[in-house]
Design a protein around this ligand. Structure first.
Ligand code: AMP
Ligand code: MG
Length: 329
């Protein structure tokens, strides 16, 4: 009788202390993958200058290669070595970095980022995250780190280390645990590479906040920009961030068997009901969105009914993610 094959090694979830961060930095520098917390969601990091490391990220996520990655650096100065910052980019970086804002800018000729990371475009998306673990890891590696959300492509983004393990399993050898992500939604992506500035993806930094820093009006992104055939930004597909269950928006109540995601003062409760924020706080709702979708999905309902969420402030980004979760697949 032959022995059964050994089980693949479980991904290691390690508390993000100094020793673990040093190990993670060494892993990144040698071409390995590390999942780590940021203020938005957990990222799946790789050395952005290493073609093979970047290819491993696309493979681990099952991400289509036309969907470029955001490159993370420890400082604005490090980002300026990769891309050309004009006056508006400088002001946005000064106003919001470190923080949940991504700038799409023209690559510098000497930019060392793998063309695969930016999907062969002459632009590169850069961000300086503010989460202390992400900051410590980036400072320790000293290299630009390409890091999309640490989930299989198309799935709901992870806001805890356990979500990363549930989604990627042994495709990621090391997960740095740093608690729940405080923002809970992906960064706002602003394209400054063309003649007119565009918000490609709404996120934690609102169009109003961007307009206030720039002193000029900023068009909010169209609701669910682009379609599966013609995404406004490569990778901004209509269907994304999707749980297994169907998602039904603007619901007043759950149909029999449906789970319910609600918001604000609401007396309904039960095993299939979760409230994004009982006090109607949109920041709390953003932080809970992905975890609540995952938790309701785990009960295996045919569909998750979602009550209307106010479409202002952070609600714009919440509704963007909900529309993508509800889009035909
Ligand atoms: P994710 O890595 O899942 O947070 O997604 C990154 C987002 O940034 C995707 O929507 C990409 O399409 C967008 N993005 C990254 N790089 C670029 C770029 N060079 N041009 C336009 N969009 C980009
Ligand atoms: Mg993602």
């Amino acid at each position: 009788m032959t022995d059964p094959l050994p089980a693949p090694p479980a991904p290691r979830i390690v508390g993000a202390g100094p020793a673990a961060i040093a190990r993670a930095a060494a892993c990144l520098r040698s071409g390995g993958l590390v999942a780590f917390p940021t203020e938005t969601v957990y990222g799946l990091g790789a050395d952005a200058t290493d073609d093979r490391a970047v290819a491993r990220v696309f493979a681990a996520k099952g991400r289509p290669r036309f969907n470029p990655l955001i490159v993370h650096t420890a400082s604005g100065a490090a980002a300026e070595r990769l891309a050309a910052f004009d006056d508006r980019a400088e002001r946005l970086a000064d106003g919001f970095w470190p923080g949940p804002l991504t700038l799409v800018l023209t690559r510098r000729p000497e930019c060392p980022v793998s063309p695969l990371a930016s999907a062969g475009l002459d632009t590169v998306a850069v961000r300086v995250p503010g989460h202390p673990v992400a900051q410590a890891l980036l400072a320790r590696t000293g290299i630009p780190v390409a890091a999309p959300s640490a989930n299989r492509s198309g799935e709901v983004s992870p806001t805890t280390a356990a979500h990363v393990r549930d989604s990627l399993g042994d495709r990621v050898p090391m997960i740095l645990a740093g608690g729940r992500c405080p923002v809970g939604l992906e960064s706002t992506v602003v394209d400054l590479s063309g003649p007119t500035m565009r918000i490609l993806r709404p996120g934690a930094i609102t169009a109003t906040a961007i307009a206030a820093v720039l002193g000029e009006p900023v068009a909010p992104p169209p609701p669910v920009a682009g379609t599966a055939d013609a995404p406004a930004s490569p990778g901004q597909l209509a269907s994304h961030y999707a749980p297994r269950a169907q998602v039904r928006l603007d619901a007043r109540q759950a149909e029999p068997g449906e789970a319910l995601l609600t918001f604000g003062p609401d007396l309904r409760s039960g095993p299939m009901v979760l409230n994004l924020s009982e006090t109607g706080d949109l920041a709390e709702a953003a932080a809970n969105l992905f975890a609540h979708l995952r938790a309701l999905d785990a009960g295996g309902p045919p569909s998750i009914a979602v009550v209307p969420i106010p479409d202002r402030g952070l609600g714009v980004a919440i509704n963007d993610r909900l529309r993508r979760a509800a889009a035909p697949r």
